[in-house]
Design a protein around this ligand. Structure first.
Ligand SMILES: [Zn+2]
Length: 435
């Protein structure tokens, strides 16, 4: 047992595991119920502040998405879907992103949990916030993509930006975090760092190492394209130096970590060879910087392994060792046959296609680009007073969030004039009992 100092808030809606994307669809929300059962039966709840989360509404979702897209999500159902054939095409709601019973409620639950996690971090109500139902990184402003409808990550980051001058987004899902990168491609207020499989038309097809960001956001998008079969040792060999450099050069004031579990070996859709321990080491390393942290789920298509991984990572976040044997009291005990352990042997389906030289070259490429930040004078490296940055009235904001962010940049610059250093950031006034 470690000495846990951090307050860890954990968001779980008991209904979120009851949704079905449809027969044969690889995305199974039930994995969330299995994860939660392990969290409870391992006794981790004793170290968590467990919340039944807020449900995001139309206004919350349209902070990023277009109104006509969210309006469509609210209205469409399996019963009336035949009246919406044109909209289905317009919003990319085909095979990957089907219309299913309760779709809008599902989006509302997972998005509300991420948003509330961001609010609690903003108000210093916790040090770490966990929402395993969130992390749907492919959703776009105008359309669904890759099993994702509403981008809870973008919405949570927009909330963090009310109080935080620089937010770091880290994505360890096997797929490129394209929706989040695209949303913040033009701004230096958010740095996105995605580690993913790239090449051979692997979904979504973006995320090569030369996607760096644009305009004010140039060098603030970091992409780490990987080949199939990467194992723990290779992954850690790149993850730690890259994140260390990012921390050093970007100095984020909040971190959002997307923990997609489809990067584990044996995933139904993935082709990496990470173990739960290797995956978890990324979580531990990110936590070690002691910066306010929002931890989210994401992909993961072998449900028993997703549950193992996220329960284990919950344990890491509360500094609690967990027994190798799965508690037999969990109602899903039979899912973990034949070994009934937390860390079964990793299934390796493909050889590691990432040579040491290839990985070293990528790390060097990322480091060279990060060094460019030193030469780019920017408002973002100034300290920011947390007070006075709450913009409740966003009626004047441009629907384009990129402009919205630029506007906040200006305000932060103005507020900064009155503060010399971090010691002036008195957060006491910000504590909000409702937060
Ligand atoms: Zn994925």
């Amino acid at each position: 047992m470690g000495g846990q100092k951090e307050i860890v808030a954990y968001f779980y809606d008991p209904e979120v595991g009851n949704f079905h994307y449809g027969q044969g669809h690889p995305m199974k929300p039930h994995r969330l119920a299995v994860t939660h059962s392990l969290v409870l039966h391992y006794g981790l709840y004793k170290k968590l502040q467990i919340y039944r989360p807020y449900r995001a509404n139309f206004h919350d979702m349209t902070r990023f998405h277009s109104e006509d897209y969210i309006d469509f999500l609210m209205r469409v159902s399996p019963q009336n879907v035949q009246n919406y054939t044109k909209s289905l095409g317009q919003f990319n709601m085909a095979d990957d992103c089907p219309v299913f019973e309760g779709l809008y409620d599902f989006c509302s639950m997972y998005t509300g949990a991420s948003l509330e996690g961001a609010v609690k971090l903003n108000h210093d109500c916790c040090d770490i916030a966990i929402n395993w139902s969130g992390g749907l990184h492919h959703a776009k402003k105008f359309e669904a993509s890759g099993f994702c409808y509403v981008n809870d990550i973008v919405i949570a980051i927009l909330e963090l930006l009310k109080y935080h001058p620089r937010v770091l987004y880290i994505d360890i899902d096997i797929h490129h975090g394209d929706g989040v990168q695209e949303a913040f491609y033009l701004t230096d207020r958010v740095m996105t760092v995605s580690f993913h499989k790239y090449g051979n038309y692997f979904f979504p097809g973006t995320g090569d190492m030369f996607e760096l960001g644009h305009e004010s956001g140039r060098y603030y998008s970091v992409n780490v394209p990987l080949k199939e079969g990467i194992d723990d040792a290779s992954y850690i060999q790149i993850f730690k130096p890259i994140i260390e450099y990012v921390m050093q050069y970007y100095r984020p004031t909040a971190i959002v970590l997307q923990c997609g579990a489809d990067s584990l070996g044996g995933d139904r859709l993935g082709c990496f060879s990470l173990s739960t321990k290797g995956h978890g080491e990324c979580v531990t390393y990110t936590k070690s910087f002691g910066i306010p942290l929002l931890v989210l789920g994401g992909g993961g298509y072998t449900p028993r392994n997703v549950a193992r991984c996220w329960a284990y990572e919950t344990g890491l976040l509360v500094d609690t060792e967990m027994t190798h044997d799965i508690p037999y009291t969990t109602e899903y005990f039979q899912y973990f046959a034949p070994d009934f352990t937390l860390h079964p042997e990793v299934v390796t389906r493909s050889e590691n296609g990432n040579s040491r030289q290839y990985l070293e070259a990528i790390v060097k490429h990322v480091q060279d680009n990060l060094k460019m930040l030193e030469h780019a004078p920017s408002v973002q490296m100034q300290d920011t007073a947390p007070d006075g940055l709450k913009f409740e009235d966003d009626s004047e904001l441009d629907p384009d969030i990129r402009l919205h962010i630029k506007e906040e940049d200006k305000r932060i610059e103005a507020v900064n004039e009155f503060y010399d250093d971090d010691n002036d950031n008195d957060k006491e006034e910000l504590k909000d009992p409702q937060g």
